[in-house]
Design a protein around this ligand. Structure first.
Ligand SMILES: Nc1ncnc2c1ncn2[C@@H]1O[C@H](COP(=O)(O)OP(=O)(O)OP(=O)(O)O)[C@@H](O)[C@H]1O
Ligand SMILES: [Mg+2]
Length: 483
């Protein structure tokens, strides 16, 4: 808690910058359910003693620094449930207490006042009698005793003329700003023109084409401060929501990446793999179940039965596959995959994912990988574009390396898409890449039959691991042989 002293000093300093009594309220608005805002000092009298041990430090301090940076544009972006709206709402209430402010709370479309930020501001105000005493909550506006005013509008619904009446706005809070169009933003910015006026923008990234994303995140804006906030840093986030997020991360990584991790939304019809599940499983159980279904039977002599068992076991063992995708600046990736043909299931058991490896490094990593998985001497199948590395791994390092048979990427992907893929949770890179691997898109955003560059190392290694056995005497591979 040593940093709390620093926090106190900064609070005082920020209060000084704003030229008014205190900014402390925003940190104590909601430290405890039911007893918020213990330190508001509306009349500007003596400031009560703080109880800093109540303050969850890091995220709040960061948000405080962002909100008080003094920049014209402050952007709070991130994932769902990360405290962005609450943070801005609390801060703006504090600002409106300290000094008369005219605050425009807006969004692209506001069909009714119920959809506006009014309900959140109202909730915070109603949670403390002193705030409720200071602010008058009317149907469409909230008015402070000092003349502060909160207005709520949908930008799209307004003509430029109507927007002119907003000229004395000192603070603008566009909420859900990923939805703001370029046109709306271009109306809004020159409208909020009072000396020292500021924007506090809250948003969750959606598309790289969104106006706010382009202006403040893709490019650097000299008058902007951008802060990113995530659910798991929010000290007030509910366990229920955190659990939802954890589950989504294992069932649909790219949705999780967008919804909770604050990344651009990758459209589902552009995602290549939606057939994988992250889960703990015991591969020994999978293997046992498979031998059971092979019906060794009790007929024949003991020797015949033993022979059938050995054959079954050999078949089972042959279903462990290893693929290797080389990279030097990119990561070198290897996956160990178990293939249960009858059930059309693939099990991803282990991964190598390392950058900056030369051939000796690759040899060392693969040897360790084989050892820790009890697969010493096991064959593995590599990127066919680099036969010289395969030869070196084989001849110089004595590894059982092979080039994978050449095939069209799209054909390999089609095969993989026909299987259910299980991934052990520790294969984090594989989970991420399989979740993000996408088709290229044309100008209309429609998918093309070719993967987009990026997130392709694990998908490639996966393809090599299981394509290895597709063989054909003519030299042409036959997609369905053995599948
Ligand atoms: N200062 C606070 N005091 C009390 N609870 C808070 C506070 N900040 C956040 N929370 C809790 O965390 C939840 C998420 O916060 P908030 O709605 O501000 O997140 P957000 O980042 O705006 O999320 P979304 O993108 O879903 O709008 C709130 O519903 C509330 O329960
Ligand atoms: Mg919000």
């Amino acid at each position: 808690m040593a940093n709390v002293e620093a926090l106190k000093r900064r609070l005082d300093k920020a209060a000084g910058i704003l030229g008014e009594a205190t900014l402390r309220p925003i940190f104590h608005l909601h430290t405890e359910e039911g007893s918020p805002l213990r330190y508001v000092n509306i009349q500007g009298g003596k400031i009560p003693k703080m109880e800093p041990q109540d303050v969850p430090f890091t995220m709040i301090e960061r948000m405080f620094n962002d909100l008080t940076s003094g920049k014209r544009f402050t952007i709070l972006e991130g994932g769902r449930g990360s405290g962005k709206s609450y943070g801005v709402a609390s801060y703006l209430i504090a600002r409106a207490l300290i000094k008369p402010e005219r605050v425009l709370c807006c969004r692209e479309v506001q069909v009714s006042i119920v959809q506006s930020s009014k309900s959140l501001l109202e909730k915070i105000i109603r949670s403390d009698a002193r705030l409720l005493d200071f602010f008058e909550i009317q149907r469409d506006v909230i008015i402070g005793r000092n003349g502060s005013e909160f207005l709520f509008r949908g930008v799209r619904d307004y003509s430029v003329d109507a927007i002119r009446s907003f000229e004395s706005i000192s603070i603008c809070w566009p909420e859900e700003s990923q939805n703001l169009t370029r046109k709306s933003w271009d109306i809004l910015v020159p409208t909020v023109r009072v000396e020292g006026s500021q924007f506090f923008v809250t948003m969750n990234r959606k598309s790289i084409n969104d106006a706010i994303y382009k202006e403040f995140i893709e490019q650097k804006h000299p008058e902007a401060r951008v802060g990113k906030y995530l659910l798991w840093e929010n000290p007030w986030a509910s366990e229920t929501l955190k659990r939802d997020a954890e589950i989504l991360k294992t069932t649909n990584f790219s949705r999780w990446d967008h919804v909770y991790n604050g990344q651009i939304e990758s459209l589902s019809d552009v995602r290549i793999f939606d057939n994988f599940i992250v889960r703990d499983f015991d591969i020994e159980d999978v293997v046992k179940r498979r031998i059971d279904t092979m019906r060794i039977g009790t007929f024949g002599t003991r020797r015949e039965r033993a022979q059938r068992w050995e054959e079954a076991k050999a078949r089972i063992d042959a279903d462990f596959h290893i693929g290797v995708d080389f990279g030097f600046i990119d990561p070198t990736v290897s996956l160990l995959v178990y293939k249960a043909t009858e059930a059309r299931e693939l099990f991803i058991l282990d991964e190598i994912y390392k950058t900056d490896l030369d051939v000796s490094g690759i040899a060392r990593e693969i040897r360790q990988f084989l050892q820790r998985n009890n697969r010493e001497g096991w064959p593995f199948y590599c990127d066919s574009a680099r036969p010289e590395i395969v030869a070196e791994l084989k001849n110089r390092y004595g590894l059982n390396a092979h080039s994978v048979r050449k095939h069209r990427i799209k054909d390999g992907i089609d095969i993989l898409k026909g299987w259910r893929i299980w991934i052990l949770p520790h294969c984090e890179n594989c989970i991420r890449e399989l979740g993000l691997y996408s088709w290229k898109v044309n100008q209309n955003g429609d998918p093309l039959p070719e993967p987009a560059p990026g997130h392709d190392h694990c998908p490639d290694a996966l393809r090599y691991s299981v394509i290895s056995e597709i063989t054909s005497s003519t030299g042409e591979y036959e997609i369905l042989k053995g599948w």
